[in-house]
Design a protein around this ligand. Structure first.
Ligand SMILES: *Cc1c(COP(=O)(O)O)cnc(C)c1O
Length: 216
């Protein structure tokens, strides 16, 4: 199957209100060009230098989404152009995004990453920490950072009950704060679990291998 066909198949399974982030990490520029020719404009990367290099080679109307855990010393490479950072998981990252966004006279949209999985290797604020953060006025210290939603990754398991309960937990947090905190996006779901994520409230999905093929 071609990238074009894979993309079409994914689109056929997405409701109208769900935004697709095509996760192109590790894949060559030519793959992104193929998806771009089909109309895809949002691409997800997890390494700042790789994103910077691809951004330099590809059309300016691509919206680049950072989905990987960020080292603070690498925020500067993406700050001039990044469209949405899904992976704000600690205060040092917030501070650095604020600093770099201000240098470029931009407001950078971000999602708060929330830890909902069982694996401890996955990053993010706990549900309680994210809840407290959204209840406080702490975020007003970062005028060049705009929190526009939440992101989460479920446990990598075939146990659908487990995955459903994790997505549902994050959806409840999202719904609770949606209007008061002005949240727009709930980013949940990858190749192996996006239908479940959508069934549990996701309106943004991050899909890589189903579109571009498996990674090494
Ligand atoms: C790699 C990655 C994805 C995409 O994973 P696939 O299984 O290839 O769809 C989604 N979200 C994050 C945070 C990732 O790192």
């Amino acid at each position: 199957m071609s990238i074009a066909e894979n993309l079409q198949n994914v689109h056929n399974r997405l409701p109208q209100n769900v935004t697709l982030v095509a996760v192109s990490k590790t894949k060559p520029v030519s793959f992104i060009e193929e998806a771009y020719a089909e109309g895809q404009r949002i691409f997800g990367e997890n390494r700042p230098l790789e994103m910077r290099d691809k951004h330099a080679e590809l059309p300016e109307d691509i919206q680049w989404h950072m989905i990987g855990q960020l080292q603070t010393n690498k925020v500067k490479y993406i700050a001039p152009f990044v469209s949405l950072i899904h992976s704000v998981d600690r205060e040092s990252v917030l501070k650095e995004i604020q600093k770099r966004a201000a240098q470029h006279d931009r407001v950078i949209d971000v999602l708060i990453q929330v830890h909902i999985a069982q694996e401890t290797t996955k990053a993010g604020y706990s549900i309680d920490e994210a809840d407290a953060l959204l209840n406080s006025d702490y975020l007003s210290q970062f005028p060049n950072v705009k929190v526009v939603g939440l992101m989460g990754m479920a446990t990598n398991t075939t146990d659908e009950t487990q995955v459903t309960s994790e997505f549902d937990k994050l959806n409840q947090l999202f719904t609770k704060h949606q209007s008061s905190a002005n949240l727009t996006y709930l980013s949940m779901g990858m190749s192996n679990d996006y239908p479940l994520a959508i069934a549990n409230g996701a309106n943004m999905v991050r899909i890589g291998s189903t579109i571009f093929g498996s990674r090494n």
